[in-house]
Ligand binder design. Sequence first.
Ligand SMILES: Cc1cc2nc3c(=O)[nH]c(=O)nc-3n(C[C@H](O)[C@H](O)[C@H](O)COP(=O)(O)OP(=O)(O)OC[C@H]3O[C@@H](n4cnc5c(N)ncnc54)[C@H](O)[C@@H]3O)c2cc1C
Length: 428
Amino acid sequence: MEKRLKTAVVREEESGSEKTGTVPHMVIIGAGFGGLQAARALRHAPVQVTVIDRSNHHLFQPLLYQVATADLSPADIAAPIRSILKHQKNTSVILAEVTGVDVQGQRVLMHERSVPYDYLIVATGARHSYFGHDAWEPFAPGLKSIDDAAMLRRKILLAFEAAEIETDPEQRRALLTFVLVGAGPTGVEMAGAIAELARDALASDFRQIDLKATRIVLVEAASRILLAFPESLANKAERALTRLGVEVRTNSPVEAIDSEGVVIAGNRLPARTVIWTAGVAASSAGQWLGAEVDRAGRVKVLSDLSLPGQPNVFVIGDTASLSQKGKPLPGVAPVALQEGRYVAQVIAQRVADKKGGPPFRYHSHGNLATVGRSFAVVESGPLHLTGFLAWVMWLVVHIFYLIGFRNRLLVMFQWAWEYLTRANAARG
Ligand SMILES: Cc1cc2nc3c(=O)[nH]c(=O)nc-3n(C[C@H](O)[C@H](O)[C@H](O)COP(=O)(O)OP(=O)(O)OC[C@H]3O[C@@H](n4cnc5c(N)ncnc54)[C@H](O)[C@@H]3O)c2cc1C
C-alpha cells in the first residue's frame, strides 16, 4: 500500500493545544475490548495514537449484570481510560462522541471538531436491538452501560419495596414477577442472580412479603437456552436455573411488551420488571463509513479486518462482520480482543514498510456462563465442565480479564464476602 504519511495534527480536548508530529497518526474510535487492546498493542510502535470514546471509562460488560443485581458496584467493573493509558507516551485520549467519518478527507468527525487520521480503527461495539419493536424499549430496558445497570438495579430493588407496601394481591404478584427476554448468557446469568438476590440476600429483610414467592421467568423464542453452547451443557444450565426457582420458557417468542408485562402466545404475563437480554445491533459505524453491512448492521470487512477499498480503515469487535469456516464470528469479548491485537500488528507492519501477514484467524477458547453463585457451564474444545469447578473457572477467567489491580482485588473480595455471607454488597 502506498504509504500516506500525513502530519498528525491532534487537538487535545483538555488543553486545547495542537500537537504536530511526523509519525503516522492512528485514531481509534471506542475504548472497549477491541479498541483498548489495539491501543495497548501499539504502545511501542512509531505512531501517534488518539483514542476517542464518549465515555471516560472502559467497561467490563460481562459483569454488568452483577451491578444490576447489586452484587458489585459500578466502579468495580469500570476503569478510567486515561488512567489505563497514562503510561503510554504515544497515546492521548479524547472524551467525545463521534458523529461520523469523512473517509475521503480522512477525518473523524465529532460535534464541534474533527481529527485527521492516517489509520483508523473503528471499535464502537453494539447496542440493543428490539427486532423492529423499538416501542418496547421503555418497558424492557437492556443492559449495555453502567447507567443501564444502575437503572435496572434501582428498578429491581424498588419492585421489592413497592411489593412490601402493596395490599392488592394481584399487583403484588406483578411486582414480584421478573421477566427476562432472551436466554443467552446474559439472560441466564441475570435470571440466576435475581433468584439468589430474592431468595438469599433479601429473604429476611422484608416483613409483609414472602420472597420465596418471587417469580423469575426466562423467556426464549428458540427451542433451548444458551444456543452458543452444546445442548447437553445448556440442559444442565436449565436444570440449575430450575433448582434456583427460575421458570424457563423456551419456544416462546414475545408478542408484546407494555407497562403491564409481556404477552406470550396470546397470554398476558403481568410483570412490573421486564428486562431485555435478547438482540444486539452494531453501532452506526456502517453509516459513517458508507459501508456494506450485514443483517445486524455490522460492517463487512476483508480478512485483514480492513474496509473494502479503504486499506487504512479497520473495523473490529462487535461492529465488524467477518465469517470464518462459513459462520459469522460471535459478538464476544475474545473476538474483539484478538482483532484489536491483530489490527495493531498489521498497522505496525505497514508503518515499518513490511509485508502484510496472514489473514485474521479467531482462536476460540470456548464459552462460559454461570448460574448463581456456585454453578457454571464451561465449554472449551473437548472439555465440557459443569458445577462448582466450572464456576471457579468462570471466576478466575473474569478476574483475570478485569482491568486494573484494584478492580481485581475488590471484586475478588466482594465475591468471597457474598459467597460466605449470601449478602449482596452493593444494595445501597
Ligand atoms: C451485558 C453483557 C454481557 C456480556 N457478557 C459477555 C461474556 O460473558 N463473555 C463475552 O465474551 N462477551 C460478553 N459480552 C459481549 C462483549 O462485551 C462484547 O463482545 C465486547 O464488549 C465487544 O467489544 P468492542 O470493543 O467491539 O465493543 P465495546 O466493548 O462495546 O466498546 C465500544 C466502545 O465504543 C464506545 N463508543 C460507541 N459509540 C461511540 C461513539 N459514537 N463515539 C465515541 N465512542 C463510542 C463505547 O463507549 C465503548 O467504550 C457481553 C455484553 C453485554 C452487553
